[in-house]
Design a protein around this ligand. Sequence first.
Ligand SMILES: [Zn+2]
Length: 124
Amino acid sequence: MIELKYLDVHKCPYCECNELVGEYIETSGVNGGKIRQHINGKRWETRKFSCGYTVQFVPNFNDTTEIHHCKNSNDEQQIQEQVNILKSEVETFATNLGLHHSTIQHMINCIDRKDAISHINQSY
Ligand SMILES: [Zn+2]
């Protein structure tokens, strides 16, 4: 079991979820997978909750930062509503162009970030 020393966030600030799905301490492949340590002796620690909220302790700033949003937060729900409108309009537009169903589905998957091409682009 990993023991996080510096990250003291134990629940999502948006929905108060406290169900953990992962805890990580950053390692470096350069040092053969050893735990990376900042010059101040602290390390990068990450905690992910089942609602998607993910928070990381960043030793450079001696502070925590949100790296993934809670799917229950108002901001994330508003984004999802806008994405649903976008998908509907893309589907209608592509259908009116006469595109094949598989092409339209691919476009929808890219919007949903389910297709490989979308994931590749997302990492840059
Ligand atoms: Zn949450």
